[in-house]
Design a protein around this ligand. Structure first.
Ligand code: 5GP
Length: 174
């Protein structure tokens, strides 16, 4: 069986949208204590581009979570495998996600972060798949709303492959 990737969002489309999101965040968070919390591993490419599109002071921290195994179905179990390096009390947090699918990961992270007394917590996700939502979550900044397809590239993997693709696509097997 061979795999091929059918492009869903080109590198150029992603770049334009990420720049727009960055400008929107910079305008909203001007003169505030912004912390971007990057949810690893899938968000690392998006976050690297997004932070450079935000023309204002910010701090970056990383959170390692595991919500998927080697397959494509959510287990519903969110495990923190690497916590933040510093407290977020009194700070304006944006959680940077690659994709909100069932919403279970983000719902769990919102609950966790609220116990740490930040000034505010919002969510910025490059992709949003509303068809798969299992819990109601508010995604404050959305790059693209997409249909119910399993996507890879631009940080997103399938069994750890394809994270380095500069575009986002759907895996097709023939
Ligand atoms: P949720 O908890 O919202 O179901 O899923 C969140 C995580 O599941 C994402 O951060 C991502 O790691 C993974 N995920 C969900 N949908 C996809 C997809 O279409 N492609 C890939 N590669 N990962 C996905």
């Amino acid at each position: 069986m061979t795999e091929r990737i059918v492009t869903m969002l080109s590198a150029e489309q992603i770049k334009c949208r990420v720049n727009e999101l960055g400008a929107q965040i910079a305008a909203e968070y001007k003169d505030r204590n912004l912390v971007l919390v990057v949810v690893l591993k899938g968000s690392f490419v998006f976050a690297a581009d997004l932070c450079r599109a935000i023309d204002s002071h910010l701090r970056i921290d990383f959170l390692g979570v595991r919500s998927y195994g080697e397959g494509t179905e959510s287990s519903g179990v969110v495990q923190i495998i690497q916590d933040l390096s510093r407290p977020i009390a009194g700070e304006d947090v944006i959680i940077v996600e690659d994709i909100v699918d069932t919403g279970l990961t983000i719902a769990h992270l919102m609950d966790l972060f609220r116990t740490r007394n930040p000034k505010s917590v919002k969510v910025c996700s490059l992709l949003y798949k509303p068809a798969r939502a299992r819990v109601a979550v508010n995604v404050d900044f959305v790059g693209f709303t997409i249909e119910d397809k399993f996507v890879v590239g631009y940080g997103l993997d399938f069994a750890e492959k394809y994270r380095n693709l500069p575009y986002i696509g759907v895996v097709e097997r023939t």
